[in-house]
Ligand binder design. Structure first.
Ligand code: 13P
Ligand code: SF4
Length: 311
């Protein structure tokens, strides 16, 4: 029996649900009960009716699922699956930073630790960040953390002047305009689609900017046949599956490969997923007090997203 069959059998036996992000390896995406971007995954986690969640993603995503489902185990196949954005915003430094802007509210990207969420007014994802900011009065002063690229993009789109925490995603920030110009020259018929975690010069070149789900939807509805994709390699699996007649080229992180993998997302393997289901560990554990505080800005995000019909 291969891992796929073993996982499917155990999932049924244990009444477990598997949630996976688009940056997971194709085999994991194919056995998941739900695949999505961070917003879709948070929404799905808020509706779970199962005895266990196995999260094929990174730590902050599993933590979010735990906050929304405190009474069932949430399993993450590799606890080392972190995130450079979440790591770029340590709680003590953030608290000091916040003190400098006492009249500002805090919007934080979902890519943060539970501790940062306890210091946050509204959580957002790349799928709803612009709309959440726009739902607030124009004169509302805002701290945006931790992604300065996403924050800068929102400032440009909305005309706001949010104070930005100086964090980046190492997987997106590394993508260069040089690599893109080279690809455009070789593929003049291709459109560039980019994730807002990319740096500003890359975003300036893009024909479309959006979350992983938004990029995927764009490639399904748009009439171009070829795309240069500025995000993590994993999304190509769904793009290719949904549009088999189109061509997708990932912007490489360096000259040694034609890929751009997130080292944290790619820590999850089919074997680890199987063992995690079997042993029901490693699991996410959070203090009740943290859950209570950190859940509020997540719930606020979900409520606003529902009101705005984004989910
Ligand atoms: P989305 O899938 O929500 O666009 O986020 C991308 C990402 O970097 C998740 O870690
Ligand atoms: Fe974090 Fe970037 Fe990896 Fe997403 S792609 S998990 S933001 S390091």
């Amino acid at each position: 029996m291969d891992y796929k069959d073993k996982i499917l059998r155990l999932k049924k036996e244990k009444n477990a649900i598997t949630l996976a992000h688009f940056y997971q390896i194709p085999e994991i995406q194919d056995i998941a009960d739900f695949i999505g971007d961070s917003l879709g995954l948070a929404q799905k986690a808020s509706e779970v009716n199962a005895d266990m969640i196995v999260f094929a993603g990174v730590h902050f995503m599993a933590e979010t699922a735990k906050m929304l489902n405190p009474n069932i185990p949430v399993i993450l196949p590799d606890l080392d699956a972190g995130c450079s954005l979440a790591d770029s915003c340590p709680i003590d430094e953030f608290k000091e930073f916040k003190k400098k802007y006492p009249d500002h509210m805090v919007i934080s990207y979902i890519n943060t630790t539970a501790a940062i969420k306890t210091e946050t007014d509204i959580v957002c994802t790349s799928g709803n960040a612009v709309q959440i900011v726009e739902s607030l009065p124009k004169d509302q002063k805002i701290i945006f953390a931790p992604d300065k690229n996403l924050g800068g993009y929102i400032n440009r789109v909305t005309g706001r002047n949010m104070v930005l925490w100086d964090g980046t995603c190492e997987v997106h920030d590394i993508l260069s305009t040089e690599a893109i110009f080279k690809m455009k020259e070789e593929n003049p018929d291709a459109k560039l689609i980019a994730h807002p975690e990319c740096n500003a010069p890359v975003l300036e070149l893009a024909d479309f900017i959006g979350s992983t789900t938004a990029m995927l939807k764009f490639t399904q509805s748009d009439d171009s046949k070829k795309y240069i994709v500025a995000t993590e390699t994993g999304i190509i699996h769904q793009m290719q599956k949904n549009s088999p007649d189109k061509e997708f080229l990932v912007v490489p992180s360096d000259e040694t490969c034609s890929c751009n993998d997130c080292p944290y997302m790619k820590l999850n393997t089919m074997e680890k997923l199987y063992l995690a289901l079997l042993n029901e560990k490693p699991s996410i554990s959070l203090e009740a007090e943290i859950i209570e505080k950190a859940r509020k800005p997540i719930q606020r995000m979900l409520d606003i997203s529902k009101e705005l019909k984004l989910i």
